[in-house]
Design a protein around this ligand. Structure first.
Ligand code: NDP
Ligand code: 2IT
Length: 453
């Protein structure tokens, strides 16, 4: 019966491969749930949960530094509001399209449910490329984007945040613009600056959370991160703070990447080298290659996007933390990782592992944390930022970090328990099924309670 619902998704949303991929994984996990719950079938919960409640598409015209008119596409997918206001990031990247944002918004429904906080699912963004743009161009673009989006937002309606290409700088411009247009100072975006309503630990939260989740998976199997070599892809927000937490917990970080290539530092990326990466990426907005120019312990390898594997995933290591983008690990990469000793993968990015690669990890007993569970720390602290805004109070670093850590432990525990409850075989007890089922049940029950609306 999940098959019929999936066929409807593919036939009514043609040419959206990433969206189909995300829906298929969730629906496959839900087979035993739908068997046990005829009330979900009668209420057409699957059909409804895969249909965005609202899709907003708009043009974003703006003027570049040379005085030339530019136009980009703007989107916001308001996917599901059964358990709270729409919540999810904005992505600015040239590859952004409806399929990618719908997959992200769909994942966000279950991720946000797993956080234990009252957050619905949403996602948005633009095919604008911030790379190579001046600060003024980024500001003018953000203002043009918000000129349309602001009317759809509100602290109890829809609360965006960052994602690829949207960090502290962009959130600042977007917030300033919202405040001016709506004539109100509210918590309508998260990831705000610390002295104007932001939460401590929000920049760190996704990366820290992905490592806390890895630690929980290892702990459940009598292991820990001490002395473990970790492969990290990406070198943006999530990658940087995943690295920081690996160092805190006694692990060793050996790689970082960007879309041009990756660096491998056999001696390990210590705190000084990490500070260099943060300055390089967040302030100078440079390329990861410059790491190898600075440190001769590191080797830089350019990456060919059309190659059949990415050599980063062939580096000998114990733990994999993909923190760049969707579908970055294919089956060949997964096999290389397994051959080279990787026994735990915690996804910092959204859907970085292709379906065939995921099958391999699960088959070979690699501890595998799917993004909707393992990277939920970011949106969880966004939820805590909303709480602090409502209270007009701010909590200390320790308080927020403690709550984040407890939320990641709860996601781990709830996912494992849900998997065990519905599994028919030992193989079905994994975090993919568990996260999908636990995330789904809360939203599905809320949809039932609220009627057909
Ligand atoms: P950033 O923009 O800070 O960094 C993205 C990094 O990934 C950069 O190093 C970038 O390299 C690389 N990257 C992006 N696209 C590609 C691509 N097509 N091929 C290869 N490398 C690529 O983004 P974040 O760190 O915030 O996001 C990383 C991932 O984490 C995304 O999947 C995002 O959805 C997910 N995520 C983010 C959260 C957050 O709070 N920020 C929360 C939960 C998940 P380059 O500079 O060359 O583009
Ligand atoms: O994918 C994600 O969870 C995010 N980009 C963060 C969303 C949020 O609202 O903090």
């Amino acid at each position: 019966m999940t098959k019929d619902a999936f066929n409807k998704v593919t036939s009514t949303n043609p040419n959206e491969p990433e969206f189909h991929q995300a829906v298929k994984e969730v629906f496959d996990s839900l087979i035993p749930v739908m068997e046990k719950h005829p009330e979900f079938r009668a209420a057409k919960i699957l059909e409804r949960i895969a249909e965005p409640e609202r899709v907003i598409m708009f043009s974003v015209p703006w003027v570049d530094d040379r005085g030339e008119v530019q136009v980009n596409k703007g989107f916001r997918i308001e996917m599901n509001s059964a358990i709270g206001p729409y919540k999810g990031g904005l992505r600015f990247h040239p590859t952004v399209n409806l399929s990618i944002l719908k997959f992200l918004a769909f994942e966000q429904i279950f991720k946000n449910s797993l956080t234990t906080l009252p957050l619905g699912g949403g996602k948005g963004g633009s095919n604008f490329d911030p790379k190579g743009k001046s600060d003024n161009e980024v500001m003018r673009f953000c203002q043009a984007f918000m000129r349309e989006l602001f009317r759809h937002l509100g602290p109890n309606t829809d609360v965006p945040a960052g994602d690829i290409g949207v960090g502290g700088r962009e959130i600042g411009y977007l917030f300033g613009s919202y405040k001016k247009l709506a004539n109100e100072f509210t918590g309508v975006l998260t990831g705000k600056g610390g002295n104007w309503g932001g939460s401590l630990i929000r920049p760190e939260a996704t990366g820290y959370g992905a490592v806390y989740f890895a630690e929980e998976m290892l702990k459940a199997n009598g292991k820990d991160l001490k002395g473990k070599a970790c492969l990290i892809s990406g070198s943006g927000n999530v990658a940087q703070f995943a690295a920081e937490k690996v160092l805190d917990l006694g692990g060793k970080v050996v790689t970082f990447s960007d879309s041009s290539g990756f660096i491998y530092d056999e001696q390990g990326i210590d705190r000084d080298k990490l500070a260099f990466v943060m300055e390089l990426k967040n302030v100078k907005r440079g390329r990861i290659k410059e790491f190898a120019d600075k440190y001769n312990s590191a080797v830089y390898t350019p990456v060919d996007a059309n190659a059949d594997h990415n050599p980063l995933w062939g580096v000998k290591a114990d733990v994999g933390l993909p923190c760049a983008t969707q579908n970055e690990i294919n089956a060949k990469d997964a096999q290389n990782m397994i051959n080279n000793g990787v026994m735990c993968v915690s996804e910092g990015a959204n859907m970085p592992t292709q379906p065939a690669a995921m099958e391999l990890f699960l088959d070979k007993g690699v501890l595998f944390g799917p993004g909707k569970a393992s990277n939920a720390g970011g949106v969880a602290v966004s939820g805590l930022e909303m709480s602090q805004n409502s209270l007009r109070l701010s909590w200390t670093r320790e308080e927020v970090d403690n709550r984040l850590h407890n939320i990641m432990k709860a996601i781990h525990k709830n996912s494992l328990e849900a998997a065990k409850t519905y599994a028919k075989t030992d193989k079905e007890v994994n975090y993919v099924n568990g996260a999908n089922i636990a995330g789904f049940l809360k939203v599905a029950n809320a949809m039932l309670d609220q009627g057909v609306i």
